[in-house]
Ligand binder design. Structure first.
Ligand code: URA
Length: 445
């Protein structure tokens, strides 16, 4: 087999078979296929697309390029959720404890944040003492005992994806649905969960800017997951504004804690209860979506989800007194208000720009080596559709970087559009894609 022929075949729009795809992925991972040939191949995929069969074969080859975690030591069906990344997305911190409090094990491998989207591992490290480097044995034993554990992604999880992603990033080949779907799902399949619930974001703060593209990506990932023998479904949610009100690690942890104590914003709770309900039905804990949703709401209302969160923080060495008294968390030295310059209705938000402002304040990583300031970020005071008078506070910027404040203030003001007409408020959950690829309400995973 020759890489030249595979590139040519894809360029001409011919379907590649599994052997050819495995040859490409294995060869690129072990270094026998050079970057320039892989770049040409990735560009051909961007331009010609991939069939369902090719996308599944690509994902499996990438998943098998490193360790495949075997979660069989965990008792019962375990469930995992995954977000394609957004601004202010703290759902894992809420969903995990809810599902675990209802007895379904959640064994989670998570990454650190890069760019304008945050990472669960960074957020959890806001708790003094919290350990994310767990041995497999400790990870399994905690999941069996507490029903919830989160460990940092191991270096050898889908190494092919790591190498391919680095190349995509510099060859303008990121925005391809088969490449995004295989990248995400290779890591999910390697992480071993029985039930996978995907949260695919749509809007100005997400990879997928339109609902149509997000649904297409969701369907592609659902097909891959089920094709690989895992119960997989997806929820498509709105990312045309930050999720909830806070952006930045400690600020998001505080908001997640409030949500677990029953004081979450509507969009955050809609997303969290929907994801939790899909995980519960997938794992067989509830018969119907409606029953599962009610169970999830009950776990917040009766305090068991918050209790589970504290137990989980303690189990990984963290100081859970911070969860009980969030005033103990460090605050940034500067808090700067951004005020509306005119009256009107909050219309669109440039959500990615809000994410970039939080980076400027120190809350994220520009490169893998950047150090995150856990206390930095943004507290939004408004949602799209809200009325504001001139001088009302739109957001508070939290930072320890005086040099970036002026620019951050200016860009934040520009990111929140205020207009004459009220904007119709839309649902946060835009679509649910079931495991059979159909989009509808309730019932099956
Ligand atoms: N997240 C991933 O892990 N991979 C992509 O290609 C896009 C988002």
């Amino acid at each position: 087999m020759r890489m030249y022929d595979c590139i040519l075949a894809k360029k001409m729009g011919r379907e590649l078979n599994r052997d050819e795809i495995e040859y490409i992925i294995n060869g690129f991972t072990d270094g026998t296929i050079p970057d320039y040939q892989m770049s040409a191949f990735l560009m051909a995929v961007c331009l010609k697309g991939m069939t369902k069969e090719e996308t599944l074969a690509l994902t499996m080859a990438m998943a098998k390029s490193g360790d495949m975690l075997d979660l069989s030591p965990i008792a019962g069906n375990n469930a995992d959720n995954h977000s394609t990344g957004g601004v202010g997305d703290k759902t894992t911190l809420i969903v995990g404890p809810i599902v675990a409090a209802l007895g379904v094990p959640v064994a989670k491998m998570s990454g650190r944040g890069l760019g304008h989207t945050g990472g669960t591992i960074d957020k959890l490290e806001s708790f003094p003492g919290f350990v994310t480097e767990l041995s497999e044995q400790d990870f399994f034993s905690q999941v069996n005992r507490v029903k919830f554990a989160v460990m940092a992604q191991t270096a050898n999880l889908a190494p092919a994806d790591k190498k391919i992603y680095a190349l995509r990033d510099v060859t303008a080949t990121v925005d391809s649905i088969p490449l995004i779907a295989s990248s995400i799902m290779s890591k999910k399949l390697a992480a071993g969960a029985d039930v996978i619930v995907l949260d695919v974001k749509a809007g100005s703060g997400a990879f997928m800017k339109t609902q149509e593209d997000a649904i297409l990506l969701a369907k592609t990932m659902v097909e891959i997951g089920n094709g690989a023998g895992r119960k997989t479904c997806a929820v498509v949610t709105d990312m045309s504004q930050p999720l909830g009100y806070n952006v930045g690690n400690i600020l998001e942890v505080k908001e997640a804690i409030k949500a677990l104590q029953g004081e979450g914003s509507k969009d955050l709770m809609d997303a969290s209860f929907t994801l939790a309900a899909k995980m519960l039905t997938g794992a067989g804990r509830a018969e119907s979506f409606k029953e599962a949703y009610t169970l999830a709401q009950g776990a917040v209302a009766d305090g068991s989800a918050f209790e589970k969160f504290c137990e989980f923080i303690r189990a990984q060495g963290g100081d859970d007194s911070y969860a009980k008294d969030t005033g103990k968390f460090t605050r940034a030295e500067m808090e700067v208000e951004v005020r509306a310059v005119r009256e009107g209705y909050v219309r669109r938000m440039q959500t990615e720009e809000i994410g970039m402002v939080s980076l400027l304040l120190g809350a994220g990583r520009q490169t893998k080596e950047s150090i995150v300031d856990l206390s930095a970020g943004i507290c939004m005071h408004v949602k799209s559709g809200d009325y504001v008078a001139a001088g009302d506070v739109l957001a508070t910027l939290h930072t320890n970087r005086p040099f970036g404040v002026e620019e951050a203030h200016k860009r934040m003001l520009g990111a929140v559009e205020i207009g004459e007409e009220p904007l119709e408020k839309t649902e946060h959950v835009l679509a649910v894609i079931h495991s059979d690829g159909q989009g509808q309400e309730a019932g099956r995973i």
